[in-house]
Design a binder for this molecule. Structure first.
Ligand code: MN
Length: 140
């Protein structure tokens, strides 16, 4: 599926390229469409093969609602979980994890940042390519 076909399924739309400050924390291209201000809800769209680095949401945690395409979510020390439209991922604070698209598919999810005093994101190392290759081989 090409980008314009995917966009028809991407109900909350791609928006614009990620802010520059986020780019070093993503492997590949991603897009951000902020939707609300009272609560931080944004649509994040990953091009095929794009993932974010391992990271931790301190204090607040995060909820992902998968909108379109296929992707992966992984918590440190656990097997990766395949993501499909309609899937819900509840990420507790202080949990090291990453999320992103499958190698051969776009993926979009709403990202809801759970409000907390002093909440922050700590960005860490990229997902090892050997690990990503295993996932890509498992998709069938
Ligand atoms: Mn996250």
């Amino acid at each position: 599926m090409n980008a314009s076909e995917f966009e028809k399924q991407n109900l909350f739309h791609s928006g614009t390229s990620l802010p520059e400050s986020y780019v070093p924390n993503f492997s590949g291209r991603a897009y951000l469409n902020p939707l609300t201000e009272s609560l931080n809800i944004a649509n994040v769209t990953f091009e095929p093969g794009c993932r974010n680095n391992w990271h931790i949401h301190h204090k607040g945690g995060q909820i992902l609602l998968v909108i379109a395409g296929r992707g992966w979510y992984q918590t440190w020390g656990e097997p990766a979980r395949k993501l499909l439209p309609g899937d819900v991922v509840e990420i507790p604070p202080e949990t090291k994890h990453w999320h992103g698209a499958a190698k051969d598919s776009w993926m979009s999810h709403l990202a809801i940042g759970l409000p907390a005093d002093g909440g922050s994101i700590e960005w860490m190392e990229a997902v090892e390519s050997s690990e990503a290759a295993l996932l890509d081989g498992a998709e069938g």
